[in-house]
Design a protein around this ligand. Structure first.
Ligand SMILES: [Fe+2]
Ligand SMILES: [Fe+2]
Length: 193
């Protein structure tokens, strides 16, 4: 299944709001909106984009410890190379919940959810749309955001590249390690890792 029915939305929205909190719930609605805007612009299926946007953070429980406990409860393995990146675990849990609780079988949607905050090599159009929708949705605030939004509506690849580079630069400026998937995404674009 690749898009949610009205009754599924009716069931999901209150659960989502409760499990991730009001602020992130607004972020998710913003990401869903932006995913639809970009899907229309770039010819992606709107239902797939809306579903991936809505569910991309459904595993972003209020505390990292809760994310880890819920992943363990579901038997979701966090591979050793994920251990240093607790902020990213929620993306893996979100894909798991989307598949098992909400019946999403479209592997393209699940992958877009799984890699929404890091990117990866061989990004699909939907992957780029969800990555960007997460990063530049209406509740975000950072310098250069309006230019980036303009670019996102002109050139999906250029906007993805710039967003990925921004994120990597930000992580490095804080002295934190960069996730291997983000480095793979950058290398795939021919960027210096
Ligand atoms: Fe996220
Ligand atoms: Fe997000």
């Amino acid at each position: 299944m690749n898009s949610l029915s009205y009754s599924q939305h009716d069931a999901i929205l209150p659960v989502l709001r409760d499990s991730i909190g009001n602020k992130r719930f607004l972020h998710v609605l913003g990401a869903m909106h932006y995913a639809v805007v970009l899907a229309r612009r770039y010819g992606e299926d709107i239902g797939r984009a809306a579903t991936a946007g809505l569910l991309h953070d459904c595993g972003r429980l209020r505390e990292v410890a809760q994310v880890e406990a819920e992943a363990r409860r579901r038997g979701l393995e966090l591979p050793p190379d994920e251990r240093p990146f607790p902020k990213i675990w929620h993306a893996l849990l979100s894909a798991e919940i989307a598949a098992h609780d909400y019946g999403i079988t479209d592997e393209g949607i699940l992958r877009a959810i799984r890699i929404h905050s890091t990117g990866d090599a061989s990004m699909s159009r939907l992957d780029k749309i969800i990555f960007l929708a997460d990063y530049i949705e209406p509740t975000r605030r950072f310098e250069g955001l309006s230019e980036l939004r303009r670019l996102a509506e002109e050139d999906l690849d250029a906007a993805f590249r710039q967003s990925l580079e921004n994120k990597i630069r930000h992580i490095r400026s804080q002295g934190r390690p960069v996730h291997p998937r983000a480095l793979r995404a950058l290398a795939d674009l021919g960027g210096a890792v």
